[in-house]
Design a protein around this ligand. Structure first.
Ligand code: ZN
Length: 47
């Protein structure tokens, strides 16, 4: 399965993997991760 970028829509934490975490490890929000493209991921991470 191809890995993708996901971003928490509450705290902007970026996760790279097959799926977004069920619960955000940073802000504890459930189902907060939305899929984003590589370009947006780099932007969020300040690259
Ligand atoms: Zn979060």
């Amino acid at each position: 399965m191809e890995k993708k970028f996901f971003r928490c829509n509450v705290c902007n934490d970026v996760h790279y993997g097959n799926a977004g975490p069920e619960t955000c490890p940073t802000c504890q929000q459930k189902d907060a991760y939305v899929e984003i493209d590589t370009k947006e991921a780099q932007k969020v991470m300040g690259l």
